[in-house]
Design a protein around this ligand. Structure first.
Ligand code: APR
Length: 231
């Protein structure tokens, strides 16, 4: 399919899952149950009120059972073998990319369908509610499980691998993200420095809009196919 791009990095955010029915963070003022997202998504919040934090993630985990990948997820899964190298980096903690069939995928902010023990550090799959009584199947301790989610103030996952791909990419495409949360918000500048062509596909210009060489604004299900079909 592709003539001119060989090394592609795609970054996705909540906007790509919006048409599947999952809410984005900042379109509704980033409020959940009268709490700012930043107040339920921090290690301090988990220390202060683990019940509240578990409730927030249990609700989001349960919501996955009622949604499906949309056309934009599908296109990204379909094109991943069209290039010499392709890496899909998502800030999303839903599983819609893998359900669409994506394999070259990094969840830099963690996954709703995984839990982690804060004592033995074991990461395991889960699709059930977590509570303060939940028992770690690995070390058998109770009350030590947390969502395997990167909270504000924590280090995103697999940054070395992401950086390596960014520094050698010749095409960087950002889809459905407001460009407000670092380090992901800085990827476009790194890709520019690497000499890549940089593209924003989003409902509206995000915070990094001026850094992109090309922009297409509209719903992800439309602009993602419009862009990749014309490559
Ligand atoms: N198609 C394309 N873009 C859309 C659509 C759509 N159908 N609907 C909304 N958008 C755009 C919005 O205009 C907005 O710019 O998606 C973007 C979503 O931005 P945010 O809600 O800020 O989500 P995101 O950028 O993924 O947030 C980054 O912040 O709270 C943390 O860890 C969380 O990973 C998340 C990070």
């Amino acid at each position: 399919m592709n003539q001119s791009f060989n090394h592609v990095v795609v970054l996705t955010g909540a906007g790509i899952s919006a048409e599947s029915g999952l809410s984005t963070f900042r379109d509704n003022n980033g409020l959940w149950d009268n709490h700012r997202i930043e107040e339920v998504a921090t290690p301090e919040a988990f220390d202060r009120d683990p019940h509240l934090v578990h409730r927030f993630y249990n609700m989001r985990r349960a919501a996955l059972k009622t949604v499906y990948p949309n056309a934009a997820h599908q296109i990204l899964a379909d094109i991943e073998t069209d290039f010499e190298s392709f890496l899909l980096v998502t800030q999303n903690v839903d599983d819609l990319h893998e359900r669409a069939g994506s394999k070259q995928l990094i969840h830099m902010h963690g996954e709703l369908l995984k839990q982690r023990c804060i004592q033995c550090h074991q990461v395991s799959a889960t699709d059930e509610d977590l509570t303060v009584e939940s028992v770690c199947q690995s070390c058998q301790r109770a009350g030590t499980l947390r969502p395997h989610i990167v909270w504000f103030g924590e280090m995103p996952l697999l940054m070395d691998e992401i950086m390596q791909s960014l520094l050698r990419c010749d095409l960087f495409v950002s889809i459905g993200t407001s460009g407000t949360v670092y380090p992901a918000a800085g990827f476009v500048e790194l890709a520019n420095q690497a000499g890549a062509h940089t593209v924003e596909l989003n409902l509206e210009p995000g915070d990094q809009a001026n850094a992109f060489q090309t922009s297409l604004h509209g719903r992800a299900s439309e602009v993602v196919s419009q862009f990749f079909d014309n490559l």
